[in-house]
Design a protein around this ligand. Sequence first.
Ligand code: ATP
Ligand code: MG
Length: 567
Amino acid sequence: MKMSKLFVQTLREFPNDAEAISHKLLVRAGYIKKLANGIYTYMPLAQRVLAKISNIIREEMNASGAQELLMPFVQPAEVWQKSGRWQVYGKELLRCKDRHDNDMCLAPTHEEVITSVVSDTINSYKQLPLNVYQIQSKFRDEIRPRFGLLRGREFIMKDAYSFHTSQEDLEREYQVMADTYTKIFKRCGLETRAVQSDSGAIGGSVSHEYMVLTDTAVGENDVFYCDSCGYSANSNHAISILPSEITDGGFLKEEIVDTPNVKTIEDLAKFLNINENCILKAVAYIYDSKPAVVMIRGDKEVEETKLLNALNALEIRPMEESEVVEYLGSSAGFISYRGIDKTKVKVLFDKTAKGMKNFVIGANEKDKHIVGANLEENIDFVDVSLVKEGEYCSVCKKPLKVTRGIEVGNIFQLGTKYSKPMNACYTDAEGQLKPYIMGCYGIGVSRTMAAAIEKYHDDFGIIWPKEIAPYHVDIVPVNIDDEVQSKVAYDLYDKLNKLGIEAVIDDRSDRAGVKFKDADLIGFPIRITVGKTISDGLVEFKTRNDGVVEKITPDEAIEKCQKILLS
Ligand code: ATP
Ligand code: MG
């Protein structure tokens, strides 16, 4: 490819609407163009990276025995009504009508369609197991599309679905997919960690996320892990053992005390001269338009995905101050579970409340708290609290650590979540109709590309792992009008391409500095500069990842490319 012909425009500045470094670099280096919020055109450089990631996925999925197909992106409501998700999938499902007034939607995922396809095609247990996959655009009307390709509204996903006659066979395939995922990401130059996770809108009981661990703030997931036994889980699923602490407030008598203008837990602890863990905090939510109050130890936070699951709800949000007055008859900062009409307000006790004694709670009255309170008997506790670093691993009791991660893949054991409601069955050896036992397995193809940039970049631009770089080598003649430089550069270009090494020649008449800047920004793994030293028979060979520069002959440069790229 000649740089003068490459359909790319690099920018001098970062876009001002971008926070994540991958978003900034993808725009500035000319990989993506925004059409609307969360919707991008993948320019030729990006398309080459996506094709490489997709090819790695294809090779490994095919090697695992899965078969590729392609399902419709625009889908009728019927299949979604059949599974029951038409009603429960939130606003991320973009619904529309066709010209005949039929309800339709843009596919955010394909469990419904594949279940109906397989159900129409497979009748006998003899035709199972089966694993099919596709690589395709998805649409999710994300509430906050941000960070460029990390969280788009339209994005590319590989999604696979497997069908089995037993839980054991599903577990076998789940392990095959787990191994396949590790291989795929490794081949993309990315180390991943498989972590236990919540199953979210896809459903099912067991699921693991493949996380690229990052220090950057854009990893939207906190991962808690244990170095000692290998336990790791997304914060929405992580559990811990609390360090033993004194949670006895020491108040010998239950009484109401004045706490004027003391609203936060921190202020209350200071005011009463106690630790925050001797306060039983009430946190109020609205779930599916109904009120709920969570009682949790003062120093702990509510984990909202855990709460969503505990409430069996579709949506939750914190209560507004006016709603606290309306639903709880209290004022924010002074809420208590006592005195609340439990037929109207759902009250949950987090397990961190267990064992607390003589503690402090709100008095359901402005500027007043109760001290010396104790919980009633027979309370059912739930786990809706967020784990904190330093709490202990529930498996081996060593301290947990935390890091941030970008979820690039997710595998699920679905069981019969879709086959049962959709009545998708096969006939077993005894002639009985049984619902398929299913698994599903996703990879964010476009997110993987962005995650690689999050992981590999410097102040000058992207540093692609060689396996997914759009091109391998950038050949830069310093002065394209110099006959010798131009001849050596084109000679290198032809030879490399013949060897299957993807080379670009920067044939533009720009200054060398401009060309070097673009080379670093775009992220070619190797740059070969043909300049004045060619009079001594030497070119400059630079590797992008370590910045090392060497003066070698053109033939040595070719050998070196082969060694680095084809090994
Ligand atoms: P998230 O929790 O990040 O919203 P998810 O768990 O809802 O993602 P899955 O249904 O598991 O997503 O989809 C499979 C994969 O698709 C994810 O692991 C992720 O890599 C990718 N993906 C999901 N949503 C997006 C998005 N909005 N933009 C880019 N990639 C996405
Ligand atoms: Mg997921």
